[in-house]
Design a protein around this ligand. Structure first.
Ligand code: NAD
Length: 499
């Protein structure tokens, strides 16, 4: 499909993509595909005000009716899956299967949120006083600002927005400046859903186009009750600081440095397949990408040479082509980052397999690479750092305790997994002295989570949780109410206060 055709199918006119200071290019060949006007800081302020006005109405709409809007958004996404999936591929370079998968994730979370809209359950609590009852109720919080990263340009917005909307919160979206087109296409889909809904307040869902400055304008504004930020650790630290200064609420979904432990009892064929998908999928640019492979010394020589030979035959190319498994990196800066990391790993004693630039003649302005495997003598600083590229560091271990210590010995704590058929090993890995990550899998790679569970991680990953389980509580305020239906006024803790 032609690039311009994808844009047209997503509802863009050629004219609306011609002017403005933000140049958007496709990582497929590095060419410019659009220019967009950026919002100013002053415009962001007025958008926040509008969001506040929308909140005044939306919080009083019954939650199941709010769910109806999310149902309509989910329906519209179903109808647009092929077009939006192709745009995800065009704008961020992941292969079409993964672009479609990302839109499916949006549909799934919409379905989840529709059900949730009838299940925003509180508690009834036993009161210590006669003739009293207690309950806990969840109320809408206020506008929810969502900051997203380039590598998952649409799904994380939807994890937040679908929940925020049923919880009664309007949504302001600041997408990555590298992927604003997918956001604007989703905004168009939402506008249509809101029209079909009929009486949604104006400006319930808004998209802010621009760079860091407009992200900061949204983050620092006290009227934005919840800020959910997905991206790098430095970004998360900056956002967290600003939101803390005003004692606001933030949900942080930051970088990962995900590991897999392969034990002597593992099914090595399964492990091999899981490693390849999770290490080279999205060209190593997932927050949950497998970056560290920790293999028992007795099976290392069986697994790692096979992996190296699979890596030599991976199809690298245009992500819109069905035969491609590895698309491009987002830009040449990412390529530089990968080259620097490989240079450092070599200096640390690592043996590098693959990792060269690819398809330079065909795509001189793009950044295709052969995924790299680096056999490391130990977990040096570069291994502890998240390089956002397809580099898989391999290390040997002798005892499971040593493997878990290596596994947990990095600053990030997003996703993790163990390949083993020994229940003692797998249960230890999942126990309090096992993996320290927010996600811990058994015989599944670290990437590709389902929406039903809470998604997020610990340590420098930021501690936030989004998506399924009870993650919705972060978008609401909790109210404890004590009701006295007696004719007495007893005080709690039996305190006497007579006058
Ligand atoms: P990035 O941090 O460069 O940018 C992310 C977003 O933050 C962009 O929209 C950017 O404009 C905005 N931003 C930057 N500084 C800001 C500030 N001070 N205030 C407000 N907004 C600001 O990240 P990226 O390069 O787009 O994405 C890659 C990173 O994101 C990786 O580290 C990856 O692991 C992480 N990520 C994490 C998750 C997760 O769920 N844990 C998911 C996807 C990506």
């Amino acid at each position: 499909m032609k690039h311009s055709e994808i844009l047209e199918k997503c509802g863009f006119s050629i004219d609306e993509l011609k002017h403005g200071g933000l140049a958007v290019s496709t990582p497929i060949d590095g060419s410019e595909i659009a220019r967009l006007e950026m919002h100013s800081v002053a415009e962001v302020e007025s958008m926040v005000k509008k969001s506040r006005a929308a909140f005044a109405q939306w919080r009083s709409v019954p939650a199941p009716r709010r769910g109806e809007l999310v149902r309509l958004i989910g329906e519209a996404l179903r109808a647009e899956k092929a077009n939006l999936g192709a745009l995800v591929t065009l704008e961020c370079g992941k292969i079409l299967q993964e672009g479609l998968g990302e839109v499916q994730e949006m549909i799934d979370i919409c379905d989840f949120a529709v059900g949730l809209s009838r299940q925003l359950y509180g508690l009834t609590i036993a009161s210590e006083r006669a003739g009293h009852s207690m309950r806990e109720t969840w109320h809408p919080m206020g506008p929810c600002g969502v900051i997203t990263a380039f590598n998952f340009p649409v799904a994380p917005w939807c994890w937040n927005a679908a929940l925020a909307l049923v919880c009664g919160d309007p949504v302001l979206w600041k997408p990555s400046e590298k992927t604003p087109l997918t956001a604007l296409a989703v905004q168009k889909i939402c506008e249509r859903a809101m029209q079909a809904f009929g009486d949604a307040p104006a400006d319930l869902i808004q998209t802010i186009v621009g760079k860091r400055d407009v992200g900061e304008a949204m983050t620092t504004n006290p009227a934005v009750a919840v800020v959910s930020a997905t991206g790098s650790v430095p970004m998360g630290k900056a956002v967290s600081l600003e939101v803390s200064k005003r004692l606001g609420r933030s949900i942080l979904e930051l970088g990962g440095n995900n590991g897999m432990i392969v034990t002597p009892s593992a099914d090595l064929e399964m492990a091999l397949r899981a490693v390849v998908f999770s290490a080279v999928g999205t060209a190593g640019q997932r927050c949950t990408t497998l970056r560290r492979l920790i293999v028992h010394e007795s099976v290392y020589d069986e697994l790692v040479p096979k992996l190296i030979s699979v890596y030599e035959n991976l199809s690298i190319g245009d992500p819109l082509d069905d035969a491609t498994l590895v698309g491009p990196l987002i830009d040449t800066a990412a390529l530089d980052g990968m080259e620097q990391a490989l240079t450092q790993a070599r200096a640390d004693g690592g043996v590098v397999h693959g990792g060269a630039q690819a398809l330079q003649e065909l795509y001189p302005d793009a950044a295709y690479v052969q995924p790299a495997i680096v056999e490391m003598p130990g977990q040096t600083d570069i291994v502890c750092h998240e390089t956002f590229a397809p580099i898989l560091y391999t290390m040997k271990y002798r005892s499971l305790d040593e493997a878990i210590a290596l596994h947990n010995g990095v600053p990030q704590g997003l996703s993790s997994c163990i390949f083993s058929t020994d229940v003692r090993e797998t249960e230890l890995f999942l126990s309090a002295i096992g993996s320290d990550c927010g996600i811990a899998n058994v015989n599944i790679g670290p990437s590709g989570a389902e929406i039903g569970g809470a998604f997020g991680g610990e340590k420098e990953t930021g501690g936030g949780r989004e998506s399924g389980s009870d993650a919705w509580k972060a978008y609401m305020r909790r109210q404890t109410a004590t009701i006295n239906y007696s004719r007495e006024l007893p005080l709690a803790q039996g305190i006497k206060f007579e006058f």
